[in-house]
Design a binder for this molecule. Structure first.
Ligand SMILES: C[S@@+](CC[C@H](N)C(=O)[O-])C[C@H]1O[C@@H](n2cnc3c(N)ncnc32)[C@H](O)[C@@H]1O
Length: 285
């Protein structure tokens, strides 16, 4: 059983379509991850930041990998002049509150070239087998003056979760060091995001979203770990047993004070896509 020398390829499994579809069959796992941020300081109003960055543009705002509609709801409420359209691979994500929405693969956007004014790809590019090809597709569908906003986590994001999981996994396996947990964003980490966006867009800027999550009960953290159950076959340790062991460790840690998790994410904004002749050659869909 491979334990500690994971190859980078192992992380690419977060892009396995069958697993991604299962992971987002309903929005409870996603909600568990989103709710951990209720305990973050500073609090970042990500939908509000997107609205500030994009302004009051009219036309189509395409939210690729829209999930449970965290961004769509705000766009519809605060930018009534825009036509906010969601797109997601998971049919079950696209429940009534998210509609109108399209069930499609971000790797092959079923959208006319240059027909969209704003594209969002929030915390989703790391699920694509080829995030750079997906970015090319986003550049293709954007009008030349359009705006792209994407977000993702850094390699060092929530490092404390990595540590607790590895300790619990080591205890379960009876080894000195345990295997790492699955990190979804590993194939499109925040440290690389701006450079990779700049391959397809100009005037790229990034905003750091650093913070600290502090909780005085293990529950929100355990729910966060449990939300990775769809990837449990990749963690090389019995998943439920490790969850129980993590709970035990967290309760011990709590005797010394609240549990703290440091967060490192980035939002990347690109204001102009590349010249028209490049758009025409786009391979995105
Ligand atoms: C982590 S969630 C992010 C949801 C939302 N953007 C947010 O930030 O709250 C990732 C979403 O991307 C969707 N997704 C994953 N792979 C996709 C693909 N190839 N095409 C379209 N959507 C995809 C998932 O179904 C899920 O809803």
């Amino acid at each position: 059983m491979p334990l500690h020398n994971e190859s980078p390829a192992r992380f690419l499994a977060s892009t396995d379509r069958a697993v991604v579809t299962r992971a987002y069959h309903d929005d409870r796992p996603l909600l568990a991850r989103q709710r951990l941020y209720d305990h973050q300081r500073p609090r970042y109003d990500l939908p509000g930041m997107v609205l500030d960055q994009v302004g009051d543009r009219e036309g189509v705002w395409l939210d690729v990998g829209c999930g449970n509609g965290k961004y769509l709801h705000r766009i519809r409420a605060e930018r009534p002049q825009a036509r906010a359209v969601g797109l997601d691979l998971s049919t079950t994500m696209l429940t009534t509150p998210v509609r109108p929405a399209v069930c499609a693969d971000a790797a092959r956007l079923p959208v006319h070239t240059g027909s969209v004014q704003v594209v969002l790809g929030m915390h989703m590019l790391y699920h694509l087998a080829d995030p750079d090809q997906a970015l090319a597709g986003m550049a293709r569908v954007l009008e030349p003056e359009g705006v792209l906003v994407v977000s993702t986590n850094a390699r060092s994001d929530k490092a404390e979760l990595d540590g607790w999981w590895a300790r619990a996994a080591a205890d379960v396996l009876g080894t000195a060091v345990g295997p790492r947990r699955v990190k979804l964003s590993a194939s499109f980490p925040a440290e690389e995001a701006a450079d990779r966006v700049a391959t397809h867009f100009a005037e790229v800027k990034e905003i750091d979203l650093d913070g600290t999550i502090e909780v005085d009960t293990p529950a929100p953290i355990l729910k966060h770990y449990a939300s990775y159950r769809a990837w449990s076959h990749q963690v090389h340790v019995p998943f439920e047993q490790t969850l129980s062991r993590v709970e035990h460790l967290l309760r011990q840690e709590l005797e010394d004070g609240p549990l703290r998790i440091t967060t490192h994410q980035k939002m990347v904004i690109a204001h102009h896509s590349r010249p028209t002749q490049t758009l025409a050659e786009g391979s995105g869909g």
